[in-house]
Design a protein around this ligand. Structure first.
Ligand SMILES: Cc1ncc(COP(=O)(O)O)c(C=O)c1O
Length: 427
């Protein structure tokens, strides 16, 4: 029954029953964790063939010995493969080391301190530098901004992606806004795929905001579908070409959730000018990336068809985990008015919204019975969810049994917090 339809007596009965369920859960001394958006062991094992795949053949297609220094832009065959993941050309692609987050940090720091188009273009020349942060979003994006002293402006996330009307209005009134974070396909944590219209409006932002505005297009889940009919993402590069804004967008991706999260390959793409400028900047940090690992990845993933089959194997492992969470949420909470959640077609997360003001309480209740959840607020800039309602659920890492136990306990906590809150309001 919907919480609004419960009488005071029914609420009290329900509370009594939930408290008993909660106490029983506490007596089980659970130790479960729903915080980690990382691949499970079975997923990592899908790529075990990477180990030893070179069999002593360290020569790339053009005869380069990958064991040696050099190749700052990455191996040609790695650029060719990962360009297809981002839907760009190999020349616009730079393949690096293990982490796309490192690349994102590098790009922002470079734009801030040195400028993508020479020292006069450095954001740091201005007194204040601001970034638009669609929220809920990825906490580590927000941490980069906070660490580098960039002020964050939250922007609501809609099913079609960030609220573009709000973004355009903010840019029109504030020229210290220098950039924007995007996770365009299976966004972290809502799982939405940006609509074609949203992608085009983002590609046009450079026309409005000027040459120094940067879209950080973090396509971390570009190929991470849970079903074959998952929504496709429009090519931001094509729209940028059309509107002359190639310099305004950096795209990122990695194999962290394709092969090994701790030993994958990251890549980025942008205009020729930006890639050349960044390469120059990187040359002060390194003589070249780990090309041995790049070659291992090219030999292992080969082409987009092989990659797609590999990703289908990932989906076969994690789809039951998503279904476990979604089935329990539907069975226990649908129609109760005590929460809403997303049903993503890919990516790593489910975003759950409690009734306003209850997320912190739910996280605390779960913690007290041994179920760790991502801290409430983590999905918002500065850790501040204005509604205190968003909780990010990460189903991929725990075993199905653990996940089942964790989500059953989560539901009890949501119900308990909701009913307690309703009764308090009636006092
Ligand atoms: C949106 C997003 N971007 C980037 C990353 C991390 O990427 P990498 O492992 O390539 O640094 C994650 C990891 O969860 C993520 O969710």
């Amino acid at each position: 029954m919907h919480i609004d339809q419960l009488s005071a007596a029914e609420l009290a009965t329900e509370l009594d029953s939930l408290q008993k369920q909660y106490n029983a859960l506490r007596d089980r001394h659970l130790s479960l964790d729903l915080t980690r958006g990382k691949p499970c062991t079975e997923q990592a094992s899908l790529s075990d063939a990477l180990d030893g795949i070179l069999k002593g053949n360290f020569l790339s297609a053009n005869g380069t010995d990958v064991r040696n220094y050099g190749g700052l832009e990455g191996l040609p065959e790695a650029r060719a493969l990962f360009a297809q993941v981002l839907d760009v050309t190999p020349e616009e692609t730079l393949v690096g080391g293990n982490s796309s987050l490192t690349m994102m940090y590098n790009v922002i720091e470079f734009a801030l301190t040195e400028g993508l188009d020479g020292p006069a273009s450095a954001w740091g020349n201005s007194e204040s530098v601001k970034f638009l942060c669609p929220a809920p979003g990825y906490d580590r994006h927000f941490a980069v901004c906070e660490h580098l002293g960039i002020e964050m402006i939250p922007v609501p996330m809609l099913d079609s992606g960030p609220d573009m009307a709000r973004i355009e209005a903010l840019i029109a009134e504030d020229d210290s806004i220098k950039g924007m974070w995007c996770v365009p396909r299976f966004s972290n944590p809502t799982g939405c795929v940006y609509s074609d219209e949203t992608v085009e409006r983002i590609a046009r932002l450079g026309l409005q905001a000027g040459a120094n505005f940067l879209v950080m297009w973090d396509n971390a889940y570009a190929v991470h579908t849970l079903s074959e009919d998952a929504s496709k993402l429009a090519s931001i590069r094509d729209y940028c070409q059309q509107h002359g804004t190639m310099d305004n967008v950096f795209q990122f991706g990695s194999t962290s959730k394709v092969t090994f999260a701790g030993a994958g390959v990251a890549f980025l793409a942008s205009s020729d000018r930006n890639v050349a400028a960044l390469k120059q900047h990187l040359s002060f940090q390194t003589i070249g990336p780990d090309k041995v690992n790049q070659l291992r990845h090219v030999r292992f993933l080969s082409d987009m068809d092989t990659l797609a089959k590999h990703m289908a194997n990932h989906a076969a492992i994690i789809r039951p985990r998503f279904e476990c969470v979604l089935d329990t949420l539907s069975r226990e909470l649908a129609g109760t008015g005590m929460g809403e959640w997303t049903s993503p077609q890919g990516g790593y997360f489910i975003a759950f919204n409690t009734l306003p003001g209850l997320a912190r309480n739910v996280v605390q209740l779960a913690d007290a019975i041994g179920v760790k959840l991502t801290p409430a607020g983590a999905t918002f800039p500065y850790g501040k969810d204005p509604e205190d309602s968003n909780i990010r659920l990460s189903p991929t890492y725990p075993s199905l049994d653990d996940l089942n136990a964790a989500i059953e306990a989560f539901v009890v906590c949501v119900k308990l917090a909701s009913i307690e809150d309703r009764l308090q309001r009636q006092d």
